[in-house]
Design a protein. Sequence first.
Length: 341
Amino acid sequence: MANYGYGNNNFVILHYQSKVDYMLNLWLSIKVFIKGMIMGVVNVFPISSGTISLVLGVYERFINAINSLRIKNFKLLFKGEFGEFARITDFRFFFTIVLGILAGMVLTAVFLKQTLKSYEVYTWSFFIGLILASVVYVMKRVGKLNAKNVILAILGMGLSFFLSIKSNPYSNDHFLYLFFCGIVGATGMIVPGVSGSHLMLLMGNYELIVTEAIPSLTKFSTFGHGMSILLPFTLGALVSLVGFSHLLSWLMRDYRDGTLAVLAGFMLGSLPVVYPWKHAVGTDYVFSLPPCSSELLMALVMVALGAFAVFMLELMARHTEKKQAERLQNPKPNKNGKKTK
């Protein structure tokens, strides 16, 4: 009887421990999902979701999970080694955060569709503030602002400006173009300071993808139309994340300053795309000066609010980076007295 009771107590303890572990893992998954939702919300606006992932403390883990999606690791699935695949690729984290990103993007896109209809000038003005402050943020990350990097920034700005004023005011729903948009747009999730949505604005497909295709998923009658746009875009994004993440990592490692300078110039040169006072004539845009009115004053306020939002994100990102650096320099000792990073 004594042995039976002792064994029963062990069973109760193990059962209780398993429930605690389950609840802890569930809570951690919920936290990752919420962080993914925040990244998804930001991803819809011309702000870098790479920056917000840095602020949330998941950037490095997210990039590592993407980089682990290699052919040799996928071979484990064909061998039936599902657990090993999940461990190497950090699959639970990656799946949960991507699910959160998608949920955040859908919810925000539905809201933004109505906002662009009702407050078009103010929304685009807010985007201008986001972009201007993002350019400053990216340029501040350039280590050496020498003549070479300034020239690269000017070249990027000139090319982007030319593409902006010559861009077709109408969206392009061709499969290959949407696939290419996905490749370009996904870079905003990898490079801090660069916005995928901003690049979509430059390519002319922002409204098609964000305010048309994504909200279409919320209705059964328009679901097929939304998927016909988002399927090639998603395939392109996956190719970009899996295939080009290594290229971007190499560029950011070996040519960091030059790459950031070009990206900053590209962002600044694309401002005509979000300029509120323009209208389409044929296949071109016609720009006009805004009238002096209360609308212009409110638009300037929205520009300031957009810039302030990026400024606050920059402060939080800087604080996060500082804490991570301190943690690496001064690792906390574990229970055995050994220091751990």
